[in-house]
Write a protein that binds this ligand. Structure first.
Ligand SMILES: Cc1cc2nc3c(=O)[nH]c(=O)nc-3n(C[C@H](O)[C@H](O)[C@H](O)COP(=O)(O)OP(=O)(O)OC[C@H]3O[C@@H](n4cnc5c(N)ncnc54)[C@H](O)[C@@H]3O)c2cc1C
Length: 414
């Protein structure tokens, strides 16, 4: 016998919309609450307007959290081929790059949003926008959803898909943590992820606007944890760029624990120290009339050179003919090992995601159901899971939303 489950989904983002469509296709009665005027606002802003919707190389190694192995089952349920088929059922075609990153074929995030919006409109999902959920209560096996305007009871299942606090200007609230806590769950402290970093030194502000390639090594408590090659961008507040975003989640977690965090930049990463030292020595011989600043400006952006040389206490006006081998070694060392102390992140407002959240130890990864309260489910970023850059956050949102949608629709089947 089949009972029709009545499901409330709180949050009309990636995970909530996925769960709603899957649950309704499986025959459930679904109400989706979203406090923005439209669903899916973050999708529009994602991937610089292109929406890096998923990645063909999805594995557990791309995720952080107290227990990243939590993602293993959800990811195994949504391999790329199944996701592609699901998207095709919405009329959404994808294109994947060689490195595994996938985007809508149109390269426009709005086509992703439209595909989900039209599918929801064509379904019997009741989409309630412009409505802020303020509380979720539970009594005698049924849930009541309280909003700013009213309360609606009689839900056999509730999915908390409210996302994180990252990008509050797009509707992120962190309300889901309060709902989960109120219903008996543990929340791990949250911290901004995929975010720019603030540096203790005032130097970066003077170099604002300089973008270049570097190997960035992150040190926590003086221990080198990871090195990433990519672009960096000096800014008025510190440092940004893709390489910085890539190390930022680990840096932010350490900062949230009051641990000492620093980065070292290896500039001119295409050359090792031997090659760089050879290039410098040759420059000195070929153009003895140059100052060190002038000679280095053929290799590095001019704006950074005085600051770089200050760290190794050599004057920019030093004629290169006066450089002895020891000084050349110091210049090489400065270029290959430029250290900055990290003081903070640029905050949730600028973060693409958040670490921390609802403890995964209290959620069944095979259903996304709470192990504390029957009928309560979680999906997406509200959980203590955060992915690397590259479509991994959306993929976990789709996968966990899909599992929750299926499980909620089918949980009373006999
Ligand atoms: C600028 C930016 C770019 C990004 N680019 C990418 C990318 O290219 N690839 C990638 O994989 N990830 C990207 N991300 C991360 C990705 O957007 C999120 O990981 C993903 O949206 C999480 O999905 P979710 O369903 O958990 O939460 P969300 O998509 O945030 O959805 C949660 C929804 O709940 C609503 N809500 C919250 N509280 C309430 C409440 N009390 N009542 C009612 N509604 C509520 C919110 O308004 C929101 O619509 C980006 C994020 C940002 C900010």
């Amino acid at each position: 016998m089949r009972l029709m489950n009545t499901i409330a989904i709180i949050g009309g983002g990636a995970s909530g919309m996925m769960a709603a469509l899957i649950a309704v296709r499986a025959g459930a009665n679904v109400t989706l609450y979203e406090h923005n005027t439209t669903v899916g606002k973050k999708i529009l802003a994602s991937g610089n307007g292109r929406c890096n919707i998923t990645n063909t190389r999805i594995t557990q190694e791309h995720y952080y959290g107290l227990d990243p192995s939590f993602v293993e089952y959800p990811l195994s349920c949504l391999p790329y081929a199944r996701f592609e088929t699901f998207c095709a059922s919405l009329g959404l075609l994808l294109e994947c790059k060689e490195d595994g990153r996938c985007y809508p074929f149109s390269q426009e995030a709005k086509t992703v949003l439209w595909a989900f919006q039209r599918a929801l409109e064509a379904s019997s999902v009741k989409v309630v926008t412009d409505t802020n959920v303020t509380a979720i209560t539970h009594k005698k096996g049924f849930f009541t959803v309280h909003t700013d305007h009213e309360k609606q009871g009689g839900f056999s299942h509730v999915l908390i898909a409210t996302g994180s606090q990252a990008a509050p200007q797009m509707g992120a609230t962190g309300d889901g943590y309060a709902f989960a806590k109120g219903l008996g769950h543990t929340i791990h402290p949250t911290y901004p992820a995929l975010v720019q970093l603030h540096l203790k030194e005032s130097t970066p502000a003077k170099m604002a606007g300089v973008r270049m390639m570097a190997n960035v090594t992150l040190r926590v408590k003086e221990q080198a944890l990871t090195t990433v090659m990519g672009d960096i961008l000096f800014t008025a507040y510190g440092i940004s760029g893709l390489a910085i975003l890539d190390i930022s989640t680990t840096a932010s977690l350490a900062l949230s624990r009051q641990q000492h965090v620093s980065i070292t930049l290896e500039l001119l990463p295409q050359w090792d120290t031997t090659k760089l030292s050879h290039v410098l020595k040759t420059l000195c011989v070929n153009a003895p009339q140059l100052t060190l600043e002038e000679a280095l400006s053929t290799l590095l952006p001019l704006k950074i050179i005085p600051h770089l040389l200050k760290t190794i206490t050599i004057l920019p006006a030093t004629p290169v003919r006066k450089l002895d081998p020891k000084m050349v070694k110091r210049v090489v060392e400065g270029i290959k090992n430029w250290r900055f102390e990290v003081s903070d992140t640029h905050g949730f407002k600028h973060a693409e995601a958040s670490g921390g959240g609802v403890s995964t130890a209290e959620v069944n990864p095979k259903t996304m159901e709470s192990l504390r309260l029957k009928g309560l489910y979680f999906a997406g970023e509200v959980l203590d899971i955060v992915g690397q850059r590259g479509g991994y956050n959306f993929h976990f949102a789709w996968a966990s939303g899909m599992i929750a949608g299926e499980a909620m629709a089918r949980s009373n089947e006999t």
